[in-house]
Design a protein around this ligand. Structure first.
Ligand code: HEC
Ligand code: HEC
Length: 268
């Protein structure tokens, strides 16, 4: 009997120890997660708040002198995504923006900071934007077809029929009849991309551009053409765009590297 009680004590004691260890471990998991967000907050306040504002509303001290204005994250609108219109960006989309910046704007590349730090700050941006779930779908652009005179002719047809020129201009100078009146969702003037400058916010490879007008650029007047153009029509108009930017669009594969927006911030 005594031996039995003793054995029971040992068992209960072991159970208490094991559950204690379990809670200690799971507790520290929760702590690690929060620590990433805390780290993100510290980094954000150090590197981003000057433009994007401490509250993520785009009203940092430098906000009012910049054009375009730094993004107000609280609306949850992101231009450079791999996700369908109306969907939040993927973690990778936000990570890549921090890594490369936004060419043609003051949003710099933070390529110099550690990958883990970029992820932490991306998590903090997601908190401002109220993103709690991953996107339902990510769009894969596939491989561009070979560039032929027929493809370019079809591209021109699409450009005209879809009225891209209304905003981007007949020759891709960003001076279409609607251009001067366009505003974004924040009420700022929103100039259409002048293709002749060959500067793209989300990278200039055919796959990058395919994504921009398949997904649309949320918050800006640039629409999504996922439902209105076939895959073939999308590739055709991309290569026609290249001819407008003066690039001899007949070289495929095209470099698909997204470059960092200089001057990149160099951290010591
Ligand atoms: C010098 C000012 C400046 C700093 C510093 C800055 N940004 Fe930006 N950021 C901008 C501007 C301007 C835009 C808007 C670009 C546009 O709409 O073309 C922007 C846009 C963005 C976007 C939205 C991109 C999209 O797809 O719509 C994200 C995300 C972002 N910034 C994150 C950050 C983070 C994180 C930091 C700090 C690590 C940071 N930014 C630091 C100016 C800045
Ligand atoms: C209602 C006006 C409007 C129409 C129509 C329109 N766009 Fe745009 N587009 C814009 C604006 C505005 C921007 C700039 C968005 C920004 O930088 O914030 C843009 C940007 C772009 C970009 C640049 C993406 C980048 O990475 O910077 C491409 C490429 C583009 N449009 C292609 C097209 C094509 C092709 C069509 C027709 C199928 C088209 N657009 C129709 C307004 C329009």
């Amino acid at each position: 009997m005594e031996r039995f009680t003793k054995g029971l004590y040992v068992k209960v004691f072991a159970l208490v120890i094991v559950s204690f260890m379990f809670f200690a471990v799971s507790g520290s998991f929760a702590e690690t997660k929060d620590m990433e967000l805390e780290r993100g907050k510290t980094l954000y306040e150090r590197y981003c708040a000057f433009c994007h504002g401490k509250k993520g509303d785009g009203n940092g001290p430098a906000g009012h002198v910049l054009f375009p204005k730094p993004r107000d994250f609280t609306r949850g609108l992101f231009k450079v995504r791999t996700t369908p219109t109306g969907e939040p960006p993927s973690d990778e989309d936000i990570f890549n923006i921090i890594k490369f910046g936004v060419p043609g704007s003051s949003m710099p590349s933070f390529i110099e900071i550690r990958e883990g730090d970029m992820k932490a700050v991306a998590k903090y941006v997601k908190k401002f934007a109220g993103i709690t779930a991953p996107p339902a779908r990510v769009i894969q652009p596939g491989t561009p077809p070979p560039v032929t005179p027929q493809l370019l002719a079809k591209g021109k047809e699409v450009y005209n029929a879809m009225r891209c020129w209304e905003c981007h201009g007949y020759e891709g100078r960003g001076d279409g009849p609607k251009a001067a009146t366009l505003k974004d969702d924040w009420g700022q003037i929103a100039p259409p991309n002048p293709f002749i400058k060959n500067i793209y916010k989300g990278g200039g490879s055919p796959q990058d551009i395919y994504l921009r007008f398949t997904t649309g650029m949320s918050g800006s007047p640039m629409p999504s053409y996922e439902d209105s153009l076939t895959d073939g029509e999308r590739w055709a108009v991309i290569f026609y765009n290249y001819t407008l930017s003066g690039i001899d669009g007949v070289k495929v594969p095209f470099p698909s590297t997204r470059k960092e927006n200089k001057p990149s911030i160099v951290l010591k």
